[in-house]
Design a protein around this ligand. Structure first.
Ligand code: C6P
Length: 402
């Protein structure tokens, strides 16, 4: 699979510091296949016009592409209707929209939201802003030493005031895959709603919102082989109907007067201003690309590569991996005794290897494991065993320098 796949990603053949690029920072963002880059330039060359506004040919063409993209996303995550697919700027904006609008509709002072210790800041701070505005209570599910959610502790966090549970599907640090279906049943049994931060799952495994049983789900286009600046919030239609708009402006209104404004129907009620219609089309091309390779094949490849990385990295003296759950996705975070992760990342970069270092926007999780930061290698469909070998050999070289 790899030679042909790699040829689809022109950036992979470039060099950095005169060395072949080994790109292992895919959890931050993935590289883009040629078809996505071309779809973006073709739209600007041939079909560019603002959507939902013009009667003219180009506007209608751009609108058709944008709405076809919404249908493509609906199909990809198996939502019931395109009314449930809201385009946003990314996972972060999706979660801010949710915390603001669902917070307004469904939460009162003293109501509770359950998060976990393994959340990205994007699934923490919007809820804290809501806490500051409304006086809600945030409860936190602990993470076990092996890196899974403590499900017994989670059960005990529910009270009659629990309204929303918001958890990542896959941890961007530990790779842990959370048992969302089980947690959805648990939340619903307590009368709470479940939001899933799927930023790290949608690119790697089949995500079916109906099968998962979640009420809301967020993901980013740029981690899913699409462009930056586009993302998705899925929400159950009956819930979205009850939520007030997030932002005001063009697109989201039915009628405006100084006395009173009425809002557009779903999903436009939540899409104020000119949307990223080029990004939505590029995202649909990216989803086509994923399906043309086959998500099952992608997942199998990434799982094998992750298992190989864990095996090889574990053999390095003094290296500690964080996260040892049986079901995991394609990130491996680690530290090496006596080497600061930032120094490791900087020296590996000089050898052509791109990994991420630092707190990974998950500081509470760093605190949980008693570290300031970690190094993280994350794989995508185009990575190879040779690149993992290269990472491990380069780590050994760096170790010798210390
Ligand atoms: N994690 C990483 O290197 P945005 O930035 O809105 O596209 O995605 C935010 C986000 C939300 N949840 C999870 C689980 C994530 O992993 C991310 C992005 C990147 O781990 C950048 S910090």
């Amino acid at each position: 699979m790899n030679a042909t796949i790699r040829a689809d990603f022109p950036i992979l053949s470039r060099k950095v510091y005169n060395r072949p690029l080994v790109y292992l920072d895919n959890a931050a963002t993935v590289q883009k296949p040629r078809c996505v880059v071309e779809a973006i330039s073709q739209e600007y060359y041939n079909s560019n016009a603002n959507v939902h506004r013009g009667v003219h040919f180009l506007s209608q063409q751009a609108t058709e592409l944008h709405e076809a993209a919404r249908e493509r996303v609906r199909q990809f995550i198996n939502a019931r209707s395109t009314a449930e697919i809201i385009f946003t700027r990314g996972t972060t904006e999706s979660l801010n929209l949710l915390a603001t609008s669902a917070g307004e509709a469904f939460l009162k002072e003293g109501d509770e939201v359950v998060l976990s210790q393994m959340e990205h800041h994007s699934n923490i701070v919007p809820w804290q802003l809501l806490r500051d505005r409304k006086g809600i209570v945030i409860k936190v599910c602990p993470v076990t030493d092996e890196g899974s959610l403590d499900l017994v502790a989670l059960t005990q966090l529910f009270t009659p005031r629990t309204r929303i549970v918001s958890l990542c599907h896959v941890s961007n640090v530990l790779g842990t895959v959370n048992p969302i279906r089980e947690i959805a049943a648990m939340a619903h049994a307590h009368g709470a709603l479940l939001c899933v931060d799927a930023a790290q799952s949608v690119p790697h495994r089949r995500v079916d919102v109906q099968a998962l049983g979640c009420d809301f789900l967020a993901f980013s286009g740029h981690k899913t082989y699409g462009a930056t600046g586009i993302g998705v919030l899925y929400g159950r239609e009956d819930l979205l109907e009850q939520m007030p708009p997030y932002q005001g402006g063009g697109e989201m209104i039915a009628r405006v007067s100084f006395e009173r404004t009425t809002y557009e129907q779903l999903p436009y009620k939540f899409e104020a201003g000119t949307p990223d219609y080029v990004g939505s089309h590029a995202l649909s091309v990216a989803l086509d690309y994923i399906d043309s390779v086959g998500l099952d094949k992608i997942q199998a490849h990434e799982q094998q590569l992750t298992a190989y990385a864990i095996k090889r990295l574990s053999a390095i003296n003094g290296l500690r991996i964080y996260g040892h759950t049986p079901e995991r996705e394609s990130v491996v975070s680690f530290n090496i005794a006596g080497i600061h992760p930032l120094d490791l990342g900087t020296l590996l970069d000089r050898l052509g290897i791109a990994i991420r270092t630092g707190h990974h926007c998950a500081q509470p999780l760093m605190t949980r494991f008693g570290v300031e930061g970690m190094a993280r290698a994350s794989v995508a469909l185009y990575n190879t065993r040779e690149e993992i070998d290269s990472l491990c050999e380069s780590i050994e070289r760096v170790k010798k320098m210390f």
